[in-house]
Design a protein around this ligand. Structure first.
Ligand SMILES: NC(=O)c1ccc[n+]([C@@H]2O[C@H](COP(=O)([O-])OP(=O)(O)OC[C@H]3O[C@@H](n4cnc5c(N)ncnc54)[C@H](OP(=O)(O)O)[C@@H]3O)[C@@H](O)[C@H]2O)c1
Length: 305
């Protein structure tokens, strides 16, 4: 660009919708980017501008759940840039993380620092200059937020990261694991010091697991007395509270308890039984006594055998 003796002429595709979609809305998300980019290319074939700048997204590289359409649309822009970029007629696709001060991320309320730090407008404009002056057709414009818990999802993507970045992620993950451990220890301490009187068993006998679940419930709900057969919902637990209770149980059993299980098992007795049969059995390595592959054997049995 600097070598040009005149002001550069160029175009940019910026139409787009970036929200989560139902399947029916897939093409509504895909179409503006595909159509805009295709038309831009088609209409400038005989008089190519100095540059075409495509506004792609972090979603082309690290798509979140429900973003298949948006990821595909942006990946198309990246692909066009890779295919059409030449030193004379630049076609550059910039994969943006959220902009902090203007645009669709602000409108959608997702402009704060998440797995990546959101971009200030001044920095974004600087990156556009850098992208057009550089030699790459596709650029990722964003900085990993190494302080964020969300950063832990990045290594789950099939993306090659530089050794330097991987090192920082590893350090960040170690710090995150330590924070999580300390949090769990704090929760466990609080749960263990919670006093609750269990009722509901005629003989007044309760297992250690039932006592532990009772304490988790009392810690979350504040009841001094809990009937082990009472439905959690009648005790005042809702789905948000279930996350707190699940977290408390995780800290007490020392492994991840799935709070979704509290939707089906809704009494102290039922949850205690689930922990003993499912979670403790997982740790013991029990296979439940059944033949897990029986269905496969049946499927593979040849007719007439
Ligand atoms: N802002 C960010 O944080 C961010 C991050 C990553 C990528 N991007 C990408 O950067 C581009 C610009 O984002 P932005 O923040 O400036 O978004 P924006 O403020 O929401 O603007 C999007 C533009 O797209 C137009 N548009 C929407 N649907 C269209 C359609 N079906 N056909 C033609 N035009 C349509 C809108 O027109 P109307 O105003 O008439 O509705 C609007 O001018 C988008 O392609 C986006 O995917 C943005």
């Amino acid at each position: 660009m600097k070598a040009l003796k005149r002001s550069p002429r160029g175009s940019s595709t910026a139409a787009g919708i970036g929200a989560y979609r139902e399947a029916a809305g897939f093409t509504a998300v895909l179409r503006p980017k595909l159509r805009g980019a295709f038309l831009l290319h088609h209409l400038t074939r005989d008089d190519r501008p100095d540059f075409i700048l495509h506004m792609s997204s972090v979603a082309a590289v690290f798509p979140a759940l429900g973003q298949a359409d948006y990821a595909a649309a942006n990946y198309y822009l990246d692909h066009l840039a890779r295919a059409l970029d030449t030193p004379e007629h630049r076609v550059v696709s910039v994969q943006w993380v959220a902009w902090r001060e203007v645009g669709m991320a602000v409108a959608a309320g997702v402009n704060e620092d998440l797995a990546f730090r959101s971009l200030r407008t001044r920095d974004g404009l600087g990156l556009i200059d850098a992208a057009l002056c550089g030699g790459r057709p596709v650029l990722f414009a964003g900085e990993i937020n190494y302080d964020s818990d969300l950063m832990s999802v990045l290594p789950t993507y099939d993306v090659a990261l530089s050794a330097n970045i991987e090192d920082k992620i590893t350090t960040g993950l170690a710090a995150l694991a330590e924070r999580t451990k300390q949090n769990l220890a704090r929760v466990r301490e609080a749960v263990e010091s919670t006093e609750v009187r269990l009722t509901g068993q005629p003989d007044g006998e309760y297992t250690d697991t039932e006592r532990m679940v009772g304490r988790c419930l009392a810690h979350a709900l504040g009841h001094p007395e809990i009937d082990v057969h009472a439905d959690f919902r009648d005790l005042g637990a809702d789905s948000i509270m279930a996350l707190t209770i699940g977290n408390s149980i995780s800290s007490c059993i020392g492994r991840q308890f799935d709070a979704v299980d509290l939707m089906s098992e809704r009494t102290v007795v039922a949850v205690a039984r689930l922990i003993e049969t499912k979670y403790d059995a997982d740790v013991r390595g029990d296979d439940g006594g059944g033949d897990d592959d029986a269905w496969l054997d049946e499927l593979l049995t040849m007719p007439g055998e």
